[in-house]
Design a protein around this ligand. Structure first.
Ligand SMILES: C[S@@+](CC[C@H](N)C(=O)[O-])C[C@H]1O[C@@H](n2cnc3c(N)ncnc32)[C@H](O)[C@@H]1O
Length: 219
């Protein structure tokens, strides 16, 4: 049985990328007070400045979350995935590996930092998965507002936390019944949590694995 995640070149590539991610530093962020960081995290207007200051930081999903993404995409037989927040492509590699093992598909991911998008492209080529992924450069509020697949099976929300509800609203009409939405660090977005957890919203939603909100589109 094919398992792209545990077959060369992915394990060695992911080990290397996680090591690089752990070693990355940002003096601009280190100089920021925790209050300032918290304010940026919650802001719907200053997110571009915040992530621009963090352009050298990888901020990847935790290793277990990466495996969880692969597992969820495989178990739902996902063929159509949308990702908010590519960074250097670590979560993208996990999701694209699942698409490969599901028999193919399309992953649309969004990143507004050009240097990160370029590196993510290199990593996807190195992983042999670039044919499955379209990286849309620019603010996801614009790049995910058009040309989405008719039916979306899985969404990863991992960009600016304060925008989770807005980005979900761009994809919502395309979610198939049973589609999964994985929101990383959703605690920073109370508005999003209130929405997906409210009984009339059309989702079933639970906090999962410490820092993830896992929701399913009802239908
Ligand atoms: C937490 S990191 C993503 C990590 C990535 N999912 C991974 O696991 O490797 C968030 C990324 O989203 C990008 N980002 C934040 N807000 C965005 C927006 N509105 N549009 C596009 N990209 C955005 C940031 O530049 C940053 O690289």
């Amino acid at each position: 049985m094919t398992n792209t995640l545990t077959t060369a070149p992915l394990p060695a590539l992911l080990d290397r990328l996680y090591r690089q991610a752990a070693a990355a530093t940002s003096p601009a962020i280190a100089a920021m007070s925790s209050e300032e960081r918290e304010r940026f995290m919650l802001s719907k207007t200053d997110y571009q400045e915040f992530y621009s200051r963090m352009k050298d930081l990888w901020l990847p999903v935790a290793r277990d979350t990466g495996t969880l993404l692969y597992l969820l995409a495989r178990s739902t037989k996902a063929r159509s995935i949308v990702e908010f927040g590519t960074s250097f492509g670590i979560s993208t590699l996990h999701l694209a590996a699942a698409l490969r093992d599901n028999g193919g598909g399309r992953l649309i991911t969004s990143e507004f930092e050009p240097s990160k998008a370029e590196k993510a492209r290199d990593h996807l080529i190195e992983g042999g998965l670039s044919d499955l992924v379209e990286i849309r450069e620019g603010d996801a509020l614009r790049t995910l507002a058009f040309d989405l697949p008719e039916s979306v099976d899985l969404v990863l929300l991992d960009g600016a936390k304060a925008l989770y509800a807005e980005v979900l609203s761009l994809v919502e009409a395309r979610l198939r019944p049973g589609a999964l939405i994985v929101a990383d660090n959703a605690d920073y977005c109370p508005e999003y949590l209130a929405y997906v957890r409210s009984p009339g919203s059309g989702y079933l939603s639970v906090p999962f694995a410490g820092d993830v909100e896992l929701s399913m589109r009802l239908g």
